[in-house]
Design a protein around this ligand. Structure first.
Ligand SMILES: Nc1ncnc2c1ncn2[C@@H]1O[C@H](COP(=O)(O)OP(=O)(O)OP(=O)(O)O)[C@@H](O)[C@H]1O
Length: 507
């Protein structure tokens, strides 16, 4: 994160995650009723060709209005959803093309924290079990083959023999291995009965976890220590340690999610994500559902954990004020594509894309000096991702849409013409209303600031509308006012420095 970046063990510009042309379409309308009614299946183009890198050790913010595809991007790149197209490389390997073993490793190395700490924790499980679940699924703790599991010891106290001690090879799952050796204390006592000599071995630490058996071979005594039911206990212990690390208490492992507040639950979600020692975490709006007073604490925790464990974050947010203090770089998404990507300071202080500008202008300003700044509000709603606009997706709302070269027209007037075209193409105007108002008067009302030849063409189109001929009206306007913003998608592939400004004004 920004303030602590110099202390981090980052390897500079190395990409840990490389997303290229990622697409995720949801199939919609393919149900039985749709077929009975003859409705065609359509696809929701939630993510429609997105490319960016997440560099090792950084926090990359992914921002944009609700519905622009941020969560889908995060979930698809983790392979929690099946991608429609594109590639994601994690540490150089294509995530969509991993064998079972590599996939299991990826599942450990890349984690997610969900937005809603209420629905993302199973209410029937204790928080200890929730945090430990990933460890259980992945067969952790793992045995370390370098840990010595056999030793010889000389037994005094009347038994003058060399005793061979061997322990189960996964002993290190039970006791903490130090420098490659699992230490278990074994004491051997001699019992002399009538007919036989019997020895007992006992283990003086972790006795609850270990069982021991003794064999009396001809001359040597063999002691075997076996591990019983240990992994669960270790996982529970680690779950408790993780709860402490995220600011809760280890003795809360047996409590249930409903016993915790929202902020505490999100801490449990973070502990769960940490349990497998990941390198990369998708944080999907991790503080959006929390009280403002708690948000800063959770953000600070995420910041500390990033430093402590060398984590890389993809931080999804719609709240730009949060992003500014957390992220090293920011990717701005609009309707399934990246509009702009760059270092956080540059995005905030000198945005290049009209959408980024509009998004920043819509953020309430804390500083009084900035409160009087002219606010160009983001007009209209995000168009449907079922049928996104051609060319630049933001062109239907863009306050800087580019007029054709051979036309002299004020920006506001051109914006109004473009809006009128949208209405005509969608056949949203009422021909009676246009006719009654008179096309020229209607134009003066709807497209003020237009004059001369341009005004004549708009009038001509409105006359066609008055006759109910929307096709001719649309064509008349298209012939005159077609813009590069609708004919050509802007280049949104990251440049050499990783930045993106997907806008024809910056071609
Ligand atoms: N399972 C699904 N089936 C069909 N459409 C979906 C599904 N999930 C999401 N969508 C649609 O995909 C688009 C992108 O949704 P997504 O949740 O990724 O956006 P977002 O930017 O994360 O928004 P939010 O901040 O509201 O979560 C939206 O139009 C949404 O309605």
């Amino acid at each position: 994160m920004t303030e602590t970046a110099p202390e981090r063990e980052s390897t500079g510009d190395d990409a840990l995650v490389e997303v290229r042309n990622l697409r995720k379409y949801y199939q919609d309308g393919g149900g039985l009723l749709d077929r009975v009614l003859g409705r065609e299946a359509t696809s929701v183009k939630a993510v429609d060709g997105v490319s960016f890198d997440v560099r090792e050790g950084e926090t990359l913010g992914l921002v944009g209005e609700s519905g622009c595809g941020k969560s889908t991007t995060g979930e698809t790149l983790l392979r929690l959803r099946e991608a429609t197209d594109g590639t994601v490389a994690f540490d150089g390997e294509n995530v969509f093309d991993l064998d079972d073993e590599s996939m299991s490793s990826f599942r450990r190395r890349a984690q997610i924290v969900f937005q809603d700490p209420f629905s993302s924790l199973d209410p029937r499980m204790t928080v200890g079990a929730i945090v430990a679940e990933g460890m259980r699924i992945h067969g952790l703790p793992e045995s370390d083959p370098t840990v010595a599991t056999a030793a010889e010891l000389t037994v005094g106290d009347g038994i003058d023999r060399t005793v061979e001690v061997s322990v189960a090879e996964d002993l290190d799952r039970v006791v903490e291995a130090e420098e490659g050796v699992a230490r278990v204390s074994v004491s051997v006592r001699k019992h002399e009965g009538d007919d036989e000599t019997r020895y007992e071995a006992s283990v003086d630490s972790h006795a609850d976890l270990l069982g021991a058996t003794v064999e009396d071979r001809d001359t040597d005594l063999h002691v075997e220590v076996t591990v019983t039911g240990s992994a669960n206990a270790i996982r529970k212990k680690r779950a408790g340690d993780l709860l402490e690390r995220v600011g809760l208490s280890a003795d809360q492992v047996d409590r249930y999610p409903h016993e915790f507040s929202g902020g505490q639950r999100q801490r449990v979600g973070i502990a769960r994500a940490l349990a497998l020692d990941p390198e990369f975490i998708v944080l999907d709006e991790p503080v959006s559902a929390l009280d403002v007073s708690v948000q800063a604490q959770v953000l600070n925790l995420l910041d500390e954990l990033q430093d402590e464990f060398g984590l890389t974050y993809l931080f999804i947010a719609h709240d730009l004020s949060v992003v500014r203090h957390i992220c090293d770089r920011v990717a701005v998404m609009y309707l399934g594509r990246v509009a702009e990507l760059g270092p956080t300071d540059e995005i905030f202080e000198n945005p290049d894309h009209p959408y980024t500008e509009a998004l920043l202008e819509s953020v309430p300003r804390a500083e009084v000096a900035e409160q009087g700044r002219r606010v160009a509000t983001l007009a209209g709603d995000v168009p449907s991702p079922r049928n996104p606009p051609s060319g630049c997706r933001f062109r239907t709302r863009c306050p800087k849409v580019i007029p054709p070269d051979d036309i002299e027209i004020e920006q506001d007037a051109f914006r109004a013409v473009m809006n009128l075209r949208e209405e005509i193409e969608a056949e949203n105007l009422d021909p009676d209303e246009v006719r009654t108002a008179d096309p020229a008067a209607y134009r003066k009302e709807e497209v003020p600031g237009i004059a001369g030849e341009n005004a004549g063409i708009v009038d001509e189109a409105l006359e066609a509308v008055a006759d109910g001929d929307f096709d001719t009206a649309a064509e008349t306007l298209r012939d005159r006012f077609e813009t590069v913003c609708e004919t050509t998608p802007p280049d949104d592939s990251p440049g050499g420095d990783g930045t993106v400004v997907a806008c024809h004004l910056h071609d």
